[in-house]
Design a protein around this ligand. Structure first.
Ligand SMILES: *[C@@H]1O[C@H](CO)[C@@H](O)[C@H](O)[C@H]1NC(C)=O
Ligand SMILES: *[C@@H]1O[C@H](CO)[C@@H](O)[C@H](O)[C@H]1NC(C)=O
Ligand SMILES: *[C@@H]1O[C@H](CO)[C@@H](O)[C@H](O)[C@H]1NC(C)=O
Length: 270
């Protein structure tokens, strides 16, 4: 299984492999500037984009658990459009607390979901808004067309280049088809949804991890994993956000559990 986390250790990778590593939304297009107002870029301490996320509260970002590279290494950037270019709409915030889902399993990718509490709230304005979420256990029918968005990352020289947000429209693929022996053969859990074009060529890819799959205006999926990018046999696999709506609300709105967690009174990773 190929995790879609953009490799942070690009320096270790020969230049001729960069095209593969650098993947971004496959087969998509550039949306108009700041039209997807809740998407955030997660960047490493040297300003390199490695994952996407969604602003779900002025102090909280929703992303994939496999995007956790350590709190000290992460910066959240809201209001961005072209990476590496200052547009005057960006807002930066460091994480205060990482809340990894207790059921996250990095070998199966189950419960690949992470809430990041920000050290300073993001101001909501013309360029930044909150992502609407689905209700607990809300389902999606196969064939429903959704939209996934994300950024590519780094130039061949290894420096930052201006790269604009990309987006692509994709239909939901039924779990039975996605979990069948022709596809992911039993590796799809109830906490995952699949989306991809039946003819291939359209997909999320490395560097898009954690970013939003939006259906009916709500973030139903988080880019999680796959097998290559844009292969019609293997749709993209997304964390099913509707399975975690209650957990998200409890985490954000329960001050008591937040106190316990920030005091380290119980483990966040078991
Ligand atoms: C992850 O899932 C695998 C396969 O189901 C299981 O063997 C393993 O114990 C799980 N790991 C954790 C940390 O839950
Ligand atoms: C399913 O998971 C197993 C165990 O992780 C792995 O060996 C296998 O390649 C996976 N198959 C697909 C199609 O993802
Ligand atoms: C996918 O298939 C495996 C193996 O048959 C099964 O255990 C699992 O429950 C299936 N997933 C879903 C969501 O039905």
């Amino acid at each position: 299984m190929v995790m879609l986390l953009f490799l942070v250790l690009l320096k270790l990778i020969p230049a001729n492999c960069l095209d593969f590593v650098q993947g971004r939304i496959v087969g998509g297009y550039t949306p108009s500037p700041n039209s997807i107002k809740y998407i955030v870029s997660l960047q490493s301490s040297n300003g390199q984009h490695f994952c996407g996320g969604s602003l779900v509260h002025k102090s909280w970002v929703l992303t994939a658990a496999h995007c956790n590279i350590g709190m000290d290494q992460m910066m959240v950037v809201a209001g961005d459009y072209t990476l590496g270019a200052y547009e005057g709409t960006e807002q930066y915030s460091k994480p205060l607390l990482l809340n990894l889902h207790p059921q996250y399993n990095r070998s199966t990718n189950n419960a690949d979901i992470l809430l990041i509490q920000l050290s300073a709230p993001i101001e909501l304005n013309r360029y930044v808004s909150l992502a609407p979420l689905p209700k607990q256990n809300a389902g999606l029918l196969a064939g429903r067309v959704c939209q996934v968005s994300g950024w590519g990352s780094i130039s061949h020289s290894g420096g930052l280049t201006p790269l604009t947000l990309r987006t692509v429209k994709l239909p939901i693929v039924s779990t039975s088809k996605c979990n069948s022996s022709n596809s992911f053969s039993g590796n799809i859990t109830t906490n995952m949804i699949c989306a991809g074009s039946s003819t291939g060529g359209k997909d999320a890819c490395k560097g898009d991890s954690g970013g939003p799959l939006v259906c009916d205006g709500r973030v139903y999926g988080l880019v999680s994993w796959g097998n290559g990018c844009g292969d019609s046999r293997f749709p993209g696999v997304y964390t099913a956000v509707s399975r975690f709506r209650r957990w998200i609300d409890q985490t954000i709105y329960n001050p008591y559990s937040q106190c316990l967690k920030s005091a380290g009174l119980f483990s966040r990773e078991d």
